[in-house]
Every structure is written in C-alpha cells, then in structure tokens.
Design a protein around this ligand. Sequence first.
Ligand code: ZN
Length: 418
Amino acid sequence: MSAGLPEVDSALLQKRIDELALITEAQPPVVTRVLFSDADLRGRDYIRKLCEEAGLSVRIDAVGNMFARWKGSAPDAPAVATGSHTDAIPNAGKFDGVVGVLGGLAAIEALQDAGFKPMRSIELIVFTAEEPTRFGIGCLGSRMLAGAIPPEKVAALRDPEGASLDGLRGRAGLKDALESVVLPKKFYSAFVELHIEQGPLLEQQHIPIGIVQAIAGPSAYRVRITGEGGHAGAVLMPGRRDASLAASELALAVERAAHQSGSPDTVATTGKWEVFPNAINSVPCDVMLEIDLRDTCLETRDRALLLMRSASDDIATRRGVTIVWEEINADPPADGDPRTMEIAEDVALKLDLATARMVSRAYHDSLFMARVCPTTMIFIPCRNGYSHRPEEYSDPAHIAAGARVLAGTLARLSHEPP
Ligand SMILES: [Zn+2]
C-alpha cells in the first residue's frame, strides 16, 4: 500500500484483458461479442469464474445482468456498485466496457489483498447488452434495472433475423420473469463506472483521470421516406418524387438543426441509409434513415428535434413525398453525483493523479444507473480517442491507475454512513 491506498495487480489485469479478448466471434485481435452469441456467453462465464475465485457471490438476473457481491459488515445497507459491459460491437477492440468489468474486479481484489473490510457490500455488475447491436436498443440491462423500459416491450424485441429476446435468453438458461429485473428502491448507495474515454481529450491534455460530471442524453429516430419510383431514363425531372433526394435534404436539415440548437453539445448524425431499390437506373422510391441526436441538455436537444421535424414537413410538401418519423429511443441526460465525484477526485489527489471533470458524449450504463443511485464515472485515456475499432488501446499504467482510483473510491463509499 502506498498513500494508504491499495495496489492493483496490473500484470494480472492485463493478462485477463488479453484472455477475454481471445473470446471473440472474429479473428483476434478483432473483438466481436454480440448479445447471446457463443462468444458473449463464454465471455460472461470467464468473468463469472474469476468472480467466484475471488470469493464473490454471483447472482444473474432474468436478462443476464451479473452481480458479484463482496459482502460487507452491514449487509442490509444499500451496497456500493461498480461495473460495465463485456459485449462488443462487430469489429471492436478489447477495452471498451472490459476495463470497467475487469478493472472493477481488480479494484475489489486489491482491497481484499490490502485487508480492507467493507461495511456496505461492494458489488461488481456486468450489464447485459450495453451495445445496441442485436436489438437496436442500447443499455438494455441497465435500462431494465432502472425500470426505464416496460418488460413487455423487452419480451417483444426481435433481432434482424427474427429471433426473439425471450427465446434467446431462455436458451441461455435465463428463465425468470423479466419483471423481476428492476431493482428495488435504495438497492445501491452509489455506482461508479470505470471506462476508457473513447475520445482524445485526456490524452491530449496529459491527464490520467477524468471524472464524469454529465452524460449526454441519446435519442434515435427511424425515418421512412416514400416517393415514387420509375425508370431513370423514362421519368422526366418535373414529375419526379425522388425519395433519396428528399432524404438528402433532410440529412442536411439534421446537420443545420444541430448547429442551430443554441448549444455546442448538440450533435446529430444521419448515419444509416437504406435506399430502395438501390439501382443506378431506377428512381429511388423508398428510403429509410436513422438519425442519432444527443445533447447534455434536454431543452436544446428538443429544440433541434423541432427544427428537424419542421424541415421534414416542409420537404415532404415541396417534394410530394411522405415522411414518417418513429422514435427508437429518447433518453434524458444524466448528471454526475457531486459527492461521489469529490470522493473520486480526492482519492486521485492522494495518488498524485491529475483529474479533469468532463462530459461523456457516448452513453454508458451509468446513464441509467444515475436513475437508481448517485453515480459518476472514472475515465482513463485511450490512444487517439479510438474506440469501437480494433486499434482501441489504453496504456496498462493508465488502466491500473484508473482501477486504483476506483478501489479507493469504492472503499470510501463502502464506509459512508447510512
Ligand atoms: Zn462501453
């Protein structure tokens, strides 16, 4: 122990990160672990075994969220939690989510090795499907824990191949009612998630630890544009109702709306296009767009959406097409808990690690855990801000430092009086 704070076994943590990275649907070093795939399930088993070896008692809920508890001397007091996810989008790297899960476990083991005695129990959570890959909805596990999605909506989810979530979870041995996933009130006293930044700021500023004071609220929309098709040679320009041109105008309006929202934190992206029939000699008659809109402030996000919708109405009228909007999700932003942030900052200070408060522009399970209990996140630098790609990289020293700050923070929170 130095500065009264436990040491993290950095070599062991790296070894585990590397081992988990080999459990993938893709060719290593590419990591792909989509919800309920063989790799996803084997990855969870790997974590479960480590948790059991560390003497933690493991519970798995009806949607596959895993809870590994280190029982404290006040087992009935709300517990302190940490954790993240191990699912990975196709063609991803090995650190997103994993640093928070294996780093969380390393923090707990560091406290055990240092002889720490928890008062509030300390729990490591591995959330189901933080990534929206399979069912189009992100943070599925934490969303359900927070009661932010009706269980019947979850039961009705189907993947693009038509497989139902209910069927897939059943095959994974998860049989309990989905209603049982939501957490009782005051289940946790605090939640702290360790995560790579997924942006370049910490690296650029040579700051090892970011403390998250706000998480941008994501929203997503599916927009169907229907015009009229025809032969690209035969249909003359004046008579056309080209769905793809209407979509193009709409995408530009989406960009304009983000600029005009009044906040620099508003970001909007038209990232997905499906054009039908998608042939060079055919006037596009149908386009499906997916639009991602995020902001740390709900008011400016709503303003941007309003601008988009009014531009959409105008385009539909002018171009003689129909445009139908469907909301995929619209989640409010979350604020970091001031006291939890201060504790993490104080721990970092004692470890001689510089900190900066920051905004998380990507969403995380913490977005929903913030509805359950006071929450913050600890960010560590990642090279060039790369994430969601195989080149994702964080320095082992940064990962160990993040896990140490987490360990110290969990220790302090565990001894917070009721
Ligand atoms: Zn993540």
